[in-house]
Design a protein around this ligand. Structure first.
Ligand code: MTE
Ligand code: MO
Length: 170
């Protein structure tokens, strides 16, 4: 009797663990969705898209970048998740990324931009969460002062604030 119960329990635990780690599965968001990723991704929590809340994004690994921007004064400390890290978590496999903001600003960038030491989806600046009125909740910044190759109009045009969705295109 005890054995049967223990075995059934073990099976259901195994089932639960498998449901969470199965390829292609992402837990459903419990907080407000601040970023939706769709297109050529293999890890989703909807039919074809990944709806992400802040906690899910943070869980992918937070980095800190010290840099100035052309929109802010002096040097700031930004915290967020690298675009490359986020895309890797979602099994993204495309050539172009279409970034869209809350104000419908949109820009296509080559997927090769998503590298370590590259753009960061920042949610915190100088210890304070970015609100939509100060370019949040997600602002794609580059480490402009760390890699000065990012100090140009092309990178500035890709520095989307109030970023709300990413479409991964073939
Ligand atoms: N959400 C959002 N991000 C944006 C834009 C925008 O209109 N909306 N403009 C982009 C472009 S084309 C550039 S060059 C810079 C413009 O910054 P500026 O308006 O301060 O000159 O921000 C980029 N990020
Ligand atoms: Mo621009």
């Amino acid at each position: 009797m005890g054995w049967v119960r223990a075995t059934v329990l073990a099976w259901s635990l195994t089932g639960a663990a498998m449901a969470q780690t199965a390829p292609g599965a992402l837990p459903a968001p419990t907080g407000q969705v601040i970023l939706t990723v769709r297109g050529v991704i293999s890890v989703t929590n909807g039919n074809t898209e990944a709806a992400l809340d802040r906690a899910m994004i943070e869980a992918m690994g937070v980095v800190t970048v010290h840099t100035g921007t052309i929109w802010t004064d002096g040097t700031s400390e930004f915290q967020g998740v690298e675009l490359s890290r986020l895309l890797a978590h979602l099994g993204a496999d495309g050539t172009t990324l279409r970034l869209t903001a809350l104000n419908d600003y949109a820009v296509d960038i080559p997927a090769t931009e998503a590298v370590e030491g590259g753009p960061v989806l920042a949610f915190r600046m100088d210890g304070k969460d970015l609100s939509p009125r100060d370019k949040g909740p997600l602002w794609m910044i580059y480490p402009y002062d760390v890699n000065t190759a990012y100090k140009n109009e092309v990178s500035y045009s890709r520095s989307v604030w109030q970023l709300s969705s990413i479409e991964v295109l073939d």
